[in-house]
Design a protein around this ligand. Structure first.
Ligand code: B16
Ligand code: MG
Length: 214
């Protein structure tokens, strides 16, 4: 029985995954690194510094710790710029209704994002009150695919991991859910989320009836 649903943020609640891509692409262009949307799949769900390292791997370059930090900060400034122009209407269709109906049914709901900007994003969207628990990149040491963020969410909800369902758009997030002993609903394309128990194209396609399938 699923007693709690833990939602990822970027790419699940709102398309901030697009803004992460645009900001990394801008940095890649500046560094002369070819960087495609397919490459970007590797960056989804992982921390900012890990993303920077993956970008360096793709470009075959090495940088000092100082330069790495500066460039990752630059990417973040661009990301925050895009995000600050976001409107509350950008929340994915059906998401608010879905969360409200889960809660009406007595299912507990949390948000677990690797992003250090998660609080800003949910404030801009005016959706803080939708979640009983919010955990983000500022509260953890190890980012997805490590299970830390999901275990923290379950702990704050006081629900055993085995009774939690994670909703994720990133491969690293699916791995983190499984490492936490949780089941996972993937959002997006099956070929990018091979390990998820079930995949739907959009978060709004997730129905309460599907809870029985987990
Ligand atoms: P920041 P999520 C993740 O958020 C993003 O998917 C990932 O692309 C990003 O690198 C990470 O947050 C860190 O974000 O640079 O804002 O701290 O998908 O776990 O909600
Ligand atoms: Mg995500």
């Amino acid at each position: 029985m699923i007693k709690a649903v833990i939602f990822d943020l970027d790419g699940v609640i709102v398309d901030t995954a697009r803004y992460h891509f645009l900001a990394w692409k801008r940095l890649a262009d500046e560094l002369g690194i070819p960087f495609t949307e397919a490459d970007n799949e590797r960056l989804k769900g992982v921390s900012r510094m890990r993303s920077m390292e993956i970008l360096m791997e793709i470009g075959g370059i090495t940088l000092s710790a100082h330069d790495k930090e500066q460039l990752a900060n630059k990417k973040n400034t661009w990301f925050v710029d895009y995000v600050e122009r976001m409107l509350p209407e950008e929340i994915y269709p059906g998401v608010k209704k879905l969360i409200e109906s889960l809660r009406q049914r007595g299912v507990r709901v949390a948000l677990a994002s690797s992003s250090k900007n998660a609080k800003t994003v949910i404030q801009l969207l005016h959706i803080q009150q939708l979640f009983e628990v919010v955990v983000d990149g500022t509260m953890i040491v190890h980012s997805k695919p490590d299970p830390e963020i999901f275990l923290l969410a379950a702990n704050r909800l006081n629900i055993p991991p085995a009774d939690c369902l994670v909703v994720e758009d990133a491969e690293a997030g699916v791995e983190a859910a499984h490492a936490a002993g949780m089941r996972c609903l993937g959002i997006g394309k099956r070929e990018q989320l091979l390990k998820a128990e079930k995949v739907v194209a959009k978060t709004g396609d997730f129905t309460l009836a599907m809870l029985e399938e987990f």
